[in-house]
Design a protein around this ligand. Structure first.
Ligand SMILES: *Cc1c(COP(=O)(O)O)cnc(C)c1O
Length: 392
């Protein structure tokens, strides 16, 4: 096997899940978000581990992801966060998926499929999304779209409105007031749903920032309680051991959490070739690295096709023998070169850490994200399909 792989700690995943359950409290449910192949960690490994840790609800983006998840987890509830596309309703039924709905066509497709299948009234659960400020999906709350949508919902419909959800845009900004505005829209939206005669069992909102930051869970609990619904939170990133950063200041509980909730992924490769180049010799495409002294170059079988961002060229380090080795020259599609001149005794086969710890040094997905101007979510999702995910 080409020596580039990611080790996934399933025991730490279970630990992180339990940690988040502890913050949410016994009266609040958690939905484990495992879209995008469990944020690049491998759904095939993570979903069964989360199920064993007690996860009852899991969330993915599409019907395609949900069908794959159903094969892994026959018992769990599966929320399809971005609803369904035309022609997918029968798959939703066959796989007992729970789609989020907000467009008229979602209801039409599901109505038809459930009636054709002869399902009893109110027997097939779906969740409704309200748009409280993301403007991405969900029913807008400005006009009467909500009323028009829900009036199409006949009493004898096989569809049952089991949950109402929304998504927060700025839960990591603790003083911007945006979340409070979204909560107030959520409260009035919930009242409008109830006044049309619906009695959803669950209300859910809040991703990692809400769970980890903790401060706004009480407010959500207040709305859920007022409506007599069960509160559910939907963390994704935090399951994998990365807690969001907060503005303007991190709540104390997050600093505590960072000691318990730890990254479950370690990304490794090995030195595949070594050479010493003289002063004045260049390395890599377009000769952006030129040796200023005799320089020991270690080549590593990992490149931008594997998710090692090309913007890291000449400006990031990987770990070799417990030391930081600078990237020398451009990251290529399948390779990267490291300057290991200052690291004694490097040999072919030496382990190289891309994300994770080695000796007393460590590199996180945050370090990668900061270096290329993005967020750890994207760094983790970018780890490519050529990198086998190995459970440890
Ligand atoms: C991705 C997603 C989440 C999880 O977000 P994290 O920030 O990764 O915790 C929750 N809810 C919805 C609707 C999402 O799309």
């Amino acid at each position: 096997m080409r020596p580039s792989w990611a080790e996934i700690s399933l025991s730490q995943l279970a630990e992180n899940y339990r940690f988040l359950c502890g913050i949410a409290g016994a009266d609040t449910d958690l939905l484990a978000v495992i879209k995008a192949d469990a944020y690049g960690h491998g759904m095939g490994l993570c979903a069964p581990a989360l199920a064993s840790a007690g996860a009852q609800w899991m969330g993915v983006t599409s019907v395609e992801e949900a069908v794959a998840l159903r094969r892994l987890c026959p018992e769990q509830r599966i929320l399809v966060i971005s609803g369904l596309w035309f022609g997918q309703a029968s798959e939703v039924l066959q796989n007992r998926l729970t789609p989020v709905v907000w467009e008229a066509f979602h209801l039409e497709e599901l109505e038809k499929a459930t009636r054709d299948a002869g399902l009893a009234p109110q027997s097939f659960p779906v969740h409704l999304e309200l748009d409280t400020g993301m403007s991405r999906q969900g029913v807008p709350l400005d006009g009467d779209e909500l009323e028009s949508l829900l009036r199409r919902w006949k009493k004898d419909s096989p569809l049952q409105l089991e949950g109402v959800m929304t998504h927060l845009s700025s839960a990591d900004e603790l003083q911007s007031g945006v979340t409070e505005e979204q909560f107030s829209l959520l409260r009035t939206g919930m009242r409008r749903v109830f006044s049309l005669g619906f009695r959803p069992r669950w209300m859910h909102a809040g991703a990692s920032a809400t769970v980890a930051g903790c401060e706004t869970i009480e407010a959500l609990r207040g709305i859920a309680k007022e409506m007599g619904t069960q509160l559910m939170l939907r963390p994704g990133l935090a399951l994998y051991g990365y807690l969001p950063r907060f503005e303007p200041q991190e709540p104390l509980i997050v600093a505590e959490g960072r000691k318990i909730c730890l990254p479950i992924l370690t990304w490794k490769t090995k030195v595949m070739s070594l050479r010493t180049i003289p002063a004045g010799r260049a390395a890599g495409y377009n000769h952006t690295f030129v040796a200023s002294q005799p320089t020991r170059i270690a080549t590593v079988p990992l490149g931008y096709a594997d998710g090692l961002n090309r913007l890291l060229s000449n400006r990031f380090c990987l770990l070799v023998r417990g030391r930081r080795a600078p990237i020398a020259g451009r990251v290529s599609m399948d390779h990267v070169m490291l300057d290991v001149t200052d690291i004694a005794g490097v040999e072919i086969g030496d382990e190289v850490v891309v994300i994770g710890q080695q000796g007393s040094e460590s590199i996180t997905a945050y370090d990668h994200a900061d270096a290329v101007g993005t967020i750890p979510w994207e760094i983790l999702c970018d780890i490519g399909p050529r990198i086998p995910r190995i459970p440890v």
